[in-house]
Design a protein around this ligand. Structure first.
Ligand SMILES: Cc1cc2nc3c(=O)[nH]c(=O)nc-3n(C[C@H](O)[C@H](O)[C@H](O)COP(=O)(O)O)c2cc1C
Length: 392
């Protein structure tokens, strides 16, 4: 019997879909609504000591659209604006009302042992199920020496993880930054320092664009901007790569995220190592109600594959990731053109010619493949406006 239930470090999830730490988890009443709609859990918007200044800019978002679809999303937002007491009351309220839902307290503090340990002690018995250490916010916080300034430094990441583990009575996940040369180096350091699990990815440092009339960058804050964090559909390949690299090098549980908009994205994250997944941007652009389709889609897929639970899917693709030098280069594929769909526009012919290989010709209303010239790169299949080309 297929079920979406899964368990990580002794924490039971009724389904593997969590809201990521972000605006959808910034208010208690919103999380309450999300839980009622079926989300399995929520990572709370990052909580900081009350005296840490948090002054937001307006506007704080910029997007890259493809038609009406938001593909890429940049934000320069800071962290939670609720006080510690408001969170303590809120977590307790939510736990009483939704005892089966998982709440993960995302925390950040200045690089001072007592500050981090106070945060942990404050939330140890709050009703939260775990901690997520935000070592990865790429804007605003690094200027204060925290956020990504921590997560890009293996030594400091390990030191703070150690401080936290000294006093934590709940499992500790470390949320890693993709803005590093080698994410595994940071993961290994925090694992050695006692982290119980990993979370990845936070947003990717970015600059959404520049208005070419007045040379004001986006998001525009009174004519100026700052580098922000990129998320949404466009970042999925980077998130998947990071999670796969983490899994190749660690057995720790992984909370995977970055660009998940459909159940199949979540399934791919699990296949490369995620135990459960988190979603932020897709919820910000389409609302909490997407949970219904996510759950149904994943459940149907698990059943179709004969898997009992998300745990059966975990890591399934890892053995198929290898070094370039180990790939089987003896095998070559060629384009196969579906003549019923092809509109003979000739785009594939032009592109193949102008991008090195000149292996395609349009003869008598049919695309011919010269197998002596074709290298099976697959470019033609990606540029065909009618998806009439598949690689066989
Ligand atoms: C507006 C916004 C605010 C965010 N705030 C936080 C935060 O407070 N703490 C945190 O750990 N991550 C924060 N994130 C990062 C998300 O939790 C998530 O790691 C990232 O957006 C990638 O997931 P996605 O592509 O599903 O959005 C924020 C993201 C966005 C877009």
């Amino acid at each position: 019997m297929t079920s979406l239930k899964t368990s990580v470090l002794g924490i039971d999830f009724e389904n593997p879909f969590l809201l990521a730490s972000a605006p959808p988890t910034a208010k208690i009443e919103s999380i309450d609504k999300a839980f009622s709609l079926g989300w399995g859990g929520a990572v709370l918007k990052t909580i900081t000591p009350d005296d840490l200044e948090m002054i937001e800019a307006s506007q704080r978002y910029a997007t890259w659209h493809n038609g009406s679809k938001v593909c890429g999303f940049e934000n320069i937002e800071l962290l939670s604006h609720l006080t510690i007491q408001e969170w303590l009351d809120g977590i307790k309220y939510l736990k009483q009302k939704h005892p089966t839902k998982v709440q993960i307290a995302s925390i950040m503090a200045p690089v001072v042992k007592a500050e981090w340990q106070n945060m942990v002690k404050t939330f140890n018995h709050s009703g939260a199920d775990a901690f997520e250490l935000n070592f990865s916010c790429p804007h605003g916080m690094p200027e204060k020496g925290i956020g990504m300034a921590i997560g890009t430094n293996a030594e400091v990441s390990a030191m703070i993880t150690g401080w936290v583990k000294e006093v934590a009575e709940l499992p500790v996940f470390v949320k890693l930054s993709p803005n590093v040369t080698n994410i595994v180096e940071i993961a290994t350091a925090v694992e050695k320092a006692g982290a119980d699990g990993l979370a990845a990815i936070n947003t990717i440092q970015s600059l959404m664009g520049v208005d070419l009339e007045n040379f004001e960058p986006k998001p525009n804050v009174n004519g100026q901007s700052t580098f922000g964090g990129y998320s949404g559909i466009a970042v999925k390949p980077i998130g998947l790569r990071c999670v796969a690299q983490l899994r190749q090098n660690s057995k720790l549980p992984i909370l995977g995220m970055g660009g998940i908009s459909m159940w199949s994205d979540a399934a791919e994250y699990m296949a490369v190592g995620a135990d459960v997944v988190q979603i932020c941007t897709e919820v910000m652009v389409n609302g909490y109600s997407i949970i219904k389709g996510l759950k149904k889609g994943l459940e149907d897929y698990l059943e179709h594959k004969g898997f009992n639970s998300p745990a059966d899917l975990r890591d399934k693709a890892i053995k198929n990731l290898t070094a370039h030098e180990k790939l089987n280069k003896a095998q070559q594929v060629y384009p196969s053109i579906n003549d019923e769909i092809c509109i003979h526009c000739g785009k594939c012919v032009t592109i193949c010619d102008e991008s090195e290989h000149s292996a395609l010709t349009l003869d008598n209303g049919h695309i011919e493949v010269n197998k002596d010239k074709c290298v099976g790169c697959s470019l033609c299949s990606h540029v065909c406006p009618k998806s009439a080309i598949s690689m066989k």
